[in-house]
Design a protein around this ligand. Structure first.
Ligand code: GRF
Length: 216
């Protein structure tokens, strides 16, 4: 793994609206997206990357007999871009322990809930079903535990009585598109560090729910 904090590879599986936000912000920001990798050849995010002249690679998980073999192929594709940071942006494959260890402290994920609450999928509907008043989005370091790595930052939204899963998804996406580039910039500036299961921002240990962002 390269020590260049400012070179980023983004992993996607689909639409790539977070990728778009990361690309848009990088023009003004302090990191550079060196490449975009998708496990799906028809991911719309690949077209977004190509429109911005960012190189792309497809590593199709269906062509590998095991997760280990897929992870190895993915590692190779990543290493060709020599990044200092790997950003998961709607990447819908679970990464194995060896992969996560290899890039320890250098993988970020964004998750649509206020972690540690609601890991896993279908978060908007589960939040509604539970009658929660608050919902939100978290950016966290990736560790071997799914959606369980230390939270770096999160932003909350209020759940209104008129909300459904779709309206929550729209509101969450708006927050994601600001939060993710912000955290990527922190990393690029060398302000973030993972030590075991602890995340540090400017050498301050972050609380379990990370830095609370209030953009309103
Ligand atoms: C986001 O909601 C993110 O939280 C989740 O996957 C979604 C990706 O959306 N991990 P997009 O592909 O960036 O539009």
């Amino acid at each position: 793994m390269h020590n260049n904090h400012r070179s980023v590879v983004v992993l996607i599986s689909g639409n790539g609206s977070n990728l778009q936000a990361l690309m848009d912000f990088s023009n003004a920001g302090n990191y550079r997206i060196s490449g975009v990798i998708s496990n799906k050849s028809d991911a719309y995010g690949l077209q977004r990357a190509e429109q911005s002249n960012i190189p792309t690679t497809v590593v199709d998980h269906r062509q590998y007999e095991s997760r280990d073999l897929f992870d190895q192929a993915l590692s190779q594709a990543i290493d060709e871009y020599e990044p200092g940071l790997i950003i998961l942006a709607g990447f819908m494959r679970i990464l194995g322990a060896d992969f996560v260890k290899r890039y320890q402290g250098k993988i970020l994920n964004i998750h649509p809930s206020l972690l540690p609450d609601y890991p896993g999928t279908n978060t908007h509907q589960r939040v509604l079903d539970a009658g929660e008043k608050m919902h939100g989005v978290s950016v966290h370091f990736v560790t071997e535990e799914l959606d369980g790595g230390p939270v770096i930052a999160q932003e909350s939204i209020a759940v209104e009585s008129s909300d459904d899963a779709e309206s929550l998804a729209t509101k969450i996406h708006e927050k994601e598109h600001v939060l993710y580039p912000t955290v990527a910039s922190w990393f690029a500036d060398g302000r973030l560090r993972l030590d075991g299961n602890d995340a540090f921002l400017d050498e301050q240990l972050l609380p379990e729910t990370g830095e609370q962002i209030d953009a309103s």
